[in-house]
Design a protein. Structure first.
Length: 92
């Protein structure tokens, strides 16, 4: 079964790190209440949930402080790679 950035044992909030990451990604905590470090980590780890939470990931990216420009570049590269995989998969 496919899953997000958290191991299957933590899906559904079973582990404390998974619960915290989900709260950061899905809300209700204001992005301003998230540390720069956590914002960057969750934005990078959003994985398959990135599209479902696109606006939140963008807000977290902006919150990531000095890492924001590099994080935006990495997220852009991830989007490009995902698009390439989907395109190749659709063709084969």
């Amino acid at each position: 079964m496919a899953h997000g950035p958290w191991p299957p044992a933590q899906e559904g909030g079973a582990g404390p790190q998974g619960q915290e990451a989900r709260r950061i990604l899905q809300g209700p905590l204001s992005v301003d209440g998230v540390s720069e470090r956590d914002a960057a980590l969750v934005a990078l780890a959003a994985g398959r949930e990135r599209e479902a939470h696109r606006a939140r990931v963008e807000a977290l990216t902006g919150r990531s402080g000095a890492a924001a420009p590099a994080l935006r570049k990495v997220l852009g590269e991830v989007r490009t790679a995902l698009f390439a995989v989907v395109t190749v998969t659709a063709v084969t």
